[in-house]
Design a protein around this ligand. Sequence first.
Ligand code: 5AD
Ligand code: SF4
Length: 442
Amino acid sequence: MAALTYHLTTFGCQMNEHDSERIDGLLESLGYSPAAGPDEADLILLNTCSIRESADRRLATQLGNAKRFKAARPGVVVGVGGCWAQSLKQEVFERYPFVDVAFGPGQVDQLGEFLLADSIEAQGYFEFDGFTADLPMRAVQSAQAWMQISVGCNQKCSYCIVPSTRGLEVSRPFNDLVAEAKVLVARGAREITLLGQNVNSYGRDLRPDRRTFSELLTAVDAVDGLDRLRYTSPHPQDMGAEVVAAHVALPSLCEHIHLPLQSGSSRILKAMRRTYDRERYLGRVAMIRDAVPDISLTTDIIVGFPGETEEDFQQTLDLVSEVQFDAAYTFIYSARRDTEAALITEGVVPAELASERIGRLIELVQENAELRAQRFVGRSVEVLVEGPSRTDPDRVRGRTRHNKPVNFSGLAKAGELVDVEIESATSTSLRGHATMLASALR
Ligand code: 5AD
Ligand code: SF4
């Protein structure tokens, strides 16, 4: 019999990308190989997201396609994983009877169990007890690796579906993480990104030995051969002095912090249940810049939260002008089922007004980003090479420690660290030429 094939589509955040890498690893260990497209696959998988409505719409299209492919070839198995599946649970099967297996985030191992079982009954797996991270890893690793340090979230942001899809926060054991970091580096990783919904509250649930996030940073930084360490996303509430001090003390910890703001209005922040106000956020920024003046700061901002007035929005614009972020991801508020904010009926911002506001915000964010990026022009920066440029095959693509994408001329292979002199900068990327290999490929 020919080997079975699979096709996996991933929606959503880095947590899902990471889960999907594990799914690839799991399926390859079960003898599956990748198919050219979902129309040819024996197993069609969708790793879903439910953070915003736009992801739901794209998913609906993909589910429609899976249904057609299965109708054409009845042996095909359709699986949905991730946050959208988790939020619907068994309802997935009622609404989409052609789905054979559904599993929540962190339940990737259950997919393996399902595929190995004899039963062809539709199955759903929605417990929060698994750690995807304990599954087999894919053999081929790039120089950049992710490490999930916790699942779930204990915050109660009123707009966010995550607490209902990923459950309460559970930290992975400290020693397991340090051991995994060593394995990743031994397999060729030069950069590790620690992942979690709220990374800097890591370790509080570990019993009997509570650990802190900065202790984890220190231990991973100490892994021999690791060049770069990153994390995402921290919560401003837990962005304490210890974590900032780690940026100064630890050589591998990169000069970049993604610090989600959400709104510049204290009134809206309160309605969002973000647990900090405008001043406190600005205080965090000042503390960070005091310690590492050249750091890159990026953020997430939601516009059009129910009750947001022009004045509230103006406060967001003012804060953005004041902080001068290196980049910002901007989102129009989207009401999500089972969230507190979805019940707010007063002050709902009309779609047109929300898109007008986001347009103004994006313009400001881009202006700031372009200005901020000019500080790199004329400087020599260390770039971790990712491969050939996507737009110009004669150039090479990589990322700086500040997390800026760079396109440069010169010869370099994926995984190498190269010094690049920056010639010009836009709001999204830098251009330059290689001056030397910063260190040889291991
Ligand atoms: N509507 C719009 N944006 C949202 N985000 C999270 N939930 C919503 C929502 N309901 C944004 C936040 C978060 C990022 C990952 O997605 O800005 O930081
Ligand atoms: Fe990631 Fe949140 Fe989307 Fe889940 S709902 S995939 S945690 S962004």
